[in-house]
Design a protein around this ligand. Structure first.
Ligand code: GLN
Length: 474
């Protein structure tokens, strides 16, 4: 369902239909953590809003790391399973001011740290195209609820690829704008230098409209940009004649699945036929192969610092103990899964004074080199393009969050370049392999979101997948 189609129905009806659908699908998809309890108040609030507001009466879902006043915000971690925020995140204020109705909070990988959505304390999220497969993560619940046609817009966050990878696995559009484009005030952080707000829609036009609503300076987030926000949706133009597109050849070569590669090549042919200049480029392979380890050091170090307040005293479910230290350590041991504790160990280790030079600072230098490598390409081209994932959504037993094989390192981690650099990046559906959706990922220069939307729209026209949703059969 697209925002525009959604608008043709009666508000109350569509809001309650979305809630009913989410509830009916919950035993099958397990994508929701909690349902909003204040729907009537939200509907009453609409009386103060102009009916022409861009999201007037549109049901929307938020990832469970977005603070919502009075509504559980657990970030899918047991330690926050009692956390009821006393304020709304900036984007919640913006969504409500635009007329949106928040219907539910969606499941995610615990604290955003994962790519499978198998780690939420409420259990795994299932892919609507094949429920035996993963949704991907960490914004899996939001991706699935958009793909299953529950809401036309769902909010996610993206620290490594957590919007763009699940978007590809679930056949929806996943957008991560430039660092600072959308305020992060009121979002539970993961790694502050990499965290972005992103979102899912079923069409590029909706993605453009959503950014217009969500973007803009917010004094409560000092990283948010003062740059003016264009009316992206009104400026959309899929004429890509003369646009310069760089295929990241290392990524395509590393992909084992032949159908994904050939589908991608066919799409590139069609972009050429539309008059785009499509060329293959090669990034420094040695650098690409260390994206994941570099990311792990930086992301886990920042996460360790950000989550030091989840101790059962300042925040989090409190466990008993004979001293403050005991309370903290018991609360943290009971509150986090083993994977999170492992990541905190990695994070702390790289921050030890004796390790800082060889790990943390070195990772920062490698990050800089990688960003320069991407910037070099984007000096010559409007966008980079590559398959958003090297495979279709895997089964849980075949899914991994970390693997050190060369193909995995390059085929599955290149989208982290968008977080290292802060450059905007979008995943768009481009076809199906074995009945499962696959997508492509685009990156552009800072604040060149319009370029991304325009080329993504051309891709959507070629694939014919605008507004695509899944029919959940079992
Ligand atoms: N899979 C990556 C991680 O585990 C990305 C997560 C994200 O973007 N939030 O850290």
């Amino acid at each position: 369902m697209e925002l525009t189609t959604c608008k043709n129905q009666d508000v109350r009806k569509r809001v309650y239909e979305a809630i009913e659908k989410a509830k009916r699908l919950q035993p099958i998809l397990n994508a929701v953590v909690s349902f909003a309890q204040d729907i009537e108040e939200q509907l009453a609030h609409l009386e103060q809003i102009d009916t022409s507001a861009p999201l007037y009466g549109i049901p929307v879902v938020l990832k469970d790391n977005v603070n919502t006043k009075g509504l559980l915000t657990s970030a899918s971690s047991r330690i926050l399973s009692n956390y009821i925020p006393v304020y709304d995140a900036c984007i919640v204020e913006k969504l409500k001011a635009a007329g949106a109705i928040i219907i539910a909070k969606s499941s995610m990988d615990e604290l955003g740290m994962g790519g499978t959505n198998l780690s939420a304390y409420t259990g795994p999220v299932h892919n609507p195209y094949d429920t035996s497969r993963i949704s991907g993560g960490s914004s899996g619940g939001s991706a699935v609820l958009t793909a299953a046609d529950v809401t036309p817009l769902a909010i996610g966050t993206d620290t490594g690829d957590s919007v763009r990878k699940p978007a590809a696995y679930n056949g929806v559009v996943g957008m991560k704008p430039t660092y600072g484009r959308i305020s992060r005030y009121g979002i539970i952080p993961y790694a502050s230098s990499l965290d972005h707000v992103g979102y899912f829609t079923t069409s590029v036009a909706d993605a453009a409209l959503a950014l217009h609503v969500l973007a803009g300076r917010d004094d409560r987030d000092m990283t948010s940009s003062t740059k003016e926000v264009p009316a992206y949706e009104q400026l959309l133009n899929s004429d890509i004649k003369g646009k310069r597109i760089a295929i990241i050849d290392n990524v395509q070569k590393a992909i084992k699945d032949e159908s994904i590669r050939t589908g991608f090549d066919q799409l590139m042919m069609r972009l050429k036929q539309r008059g785009a200049i499509v060329e293959s480029i090669t990034l420094n392979e040695q650098l690409l192969a260390v994206i994941l380890p570099t990311y792990y050091i930086i992301a886990n170090a920042e996460a360790t610092a950000n989550h030091s307040n989840l101790d059962g005293i300042r925040f989090g479910v409190r466990e008993d103990g004979n001293s403050v230290e005991d309370v903290m350590s018991h609360s943290r041991t009971a509150g986090f899964s083993a994977n999170i504790r492992k990541r905190f160990v990695v994070g702390s280790y790289s921050l030890f004074v004796e390790n800082q030079d060889k790990l943390f600072r070195k990772a920062q230098k490698v990050r800089r080199l990688l960003v320069e490598e991407l910037a070099r390409v984007l000096d010559q081209y409007d966008i980079t393009i590559a398959s958003a994932a090297g495979s279709i959504a895997p089964h849980p037993q075949d899914s991994v969050d970390e693997q050190l094989s060369d193909t995995y390192l390059i085929a599955e981690n290149h989208m982290i370049l968008g977080n290292f650099s802060g450059y905007p990046s979008i995943s768009v559906p481009c076809g199906f392999v074995e009945g499962m959706p696959v997508g492509v990922n685009l990156m552009a220069k800072p604040f060149a979101e319009q370029t991304l939307f325009d080329i993504a729209l051309a891709i959507e026209e070629e694939s014919g997948l605008r507004g695509q949703v899944a029919e959940v059969t079992k």
